[in-house]
Design a protein around this ligand. Structure first.
Ligand SMILES: [Mn+2]
Length: 320
């Protein structure tokens, strides 16, 4: 019997698996990718009796492969917070899915494990830019403001590390980062350890985010702003966290960040206004390679010819 862990390469996916594997250590095959590489079940080869754990990737985008695994006699444990589509009913499928905009996969795992590795769940909630949920969870642990700030910085930098067109854009491959961090039962030990990956992660984030200071929106209204980022490595890496930063800075405004896609067109990140976490997933799902959650979503490759259509739909959606 083989264990296969399939997880999104962002903070939420990685911290969800850290919690599960600290609680239930086991040898497993790791399958992950850049944050936008979500059709991960395609990469799974499993047979009857194997156990696949799936974290923080949309079931809707993996539905055929999920059906195939179940039909082959594989057991699947699925935890996620993206719009799932139709959830199959199967004796070998255990599902924890909650699409509420105030929860993320790591918070769902935290609940499942009854708070056993809660600090890692807080890191993830900050990574997914769910500040309110992160803070209310941190309150339960009676953490000091400066400790909360450390978990927040870590969450933001792990999330930052997941962005890029391909694995070569990233400072750390997500599976490497997972293996490095799962050695620490507490994220504070990872942060404190001068030999850990933390410093490189933090420096990379600081450098890239500093470069966004000079950017101006391509278009903006009272309710929306659209940024186009230059076709550079730093811009591909920082696009997601830059969107979160704008969302936090202008909580009543919706944001879209467009970066050049290497094969043409654009990669799009959408952030709903923090004060109205709605419609982002729906909006992006109207485009063939789009999807996501109510508060945060994206389009993997928006063809040049559909940019205008996207911009008008985006403005229409959030002018309401
Ligand atoms: Mn997530």
């Amino acid at each position: 019997m083989k264990n296969i862990d399939v997880f999104n390469g962002d903070a939420d996916g990685i911290c969800a698996l850290i919690q599960l594997r600290l609680a239930h250590p086991t040898d497993s095959t790791l399958i992950t990718g850049v944050k936008r590489d979500i059709q991960l079940l395609k990469k799974v080869s499993a047979k009857k009796g194997d156990k696949v754990t799936v974290l923080d990737i949309s079931m809707e985008k993996n539905t055929n492969e999920l059906h195939n695994l179940l039909a082959a006699g594989v057991s699947v444990f699925y935890v996620d917070h993206h719009i799932p589509g139709e959830i199959p009913k199967h004796i070998n499928l255990e599902v924890i899915i909650d699409t509420s905009p105030t929860t993320c996969t790591s918070l769902l795992v935290d609940k499942y494990l009854k708070g056993k590795y809660r600090e890692w769940a807080i890191v993830a909630a900050f990574g997914d830019n769910m500040r309110k949920s992160a803070l209310s969870t941190a309150k339960k642990l009676l953490l000091s403001t400066s400790h909360i700030e450390q978990l927040k910085q870590l969450g933001i930098s792990i999330n930052y590390n997941g962005y890029g067109s391909n694995l070569d854009d990233l400072h750390f491959k997500p599976d490497q980062l997972y293996l490095e961090m799962v050695k620490y039962t507490s994220p504070f030990d990872f942060i404190k350890d001068s030999q850990s990956a933390y410093k490189k992660l933090q420096t990379g984030y600081d450098n890239d985010i500093a470069l966004t200071n000079t950017l101006n929106p391509e278009t903006s209204t009272k309710n929306t702003a659209i940024y186009k980022l230059p076709n550079e490595l730093w811009a591909r890496r920082v696009s997601g966290v830059f969107g979160n930063q704008l969302a936090n800075q202008y909580p009543d405004r919706a944001h879209a960040i467009l970066t050049d896609h290497p094969e043409g067109g654009f990669t799009v990140s959408v952030r709903a206004p923090i004060n109205n976490l709605n419609h982002a997933g729906e909006l992006c799902s109207k485009f063939p390679t789009g999807g996501g959650r109510k508060g945060a979503a994206g389009i993997n490759q928006l063809p040049d010819g559909q940019v205008d259509a996207f911009i008008s739909l985006f403005n229409e959606t959030y002018l309401l």
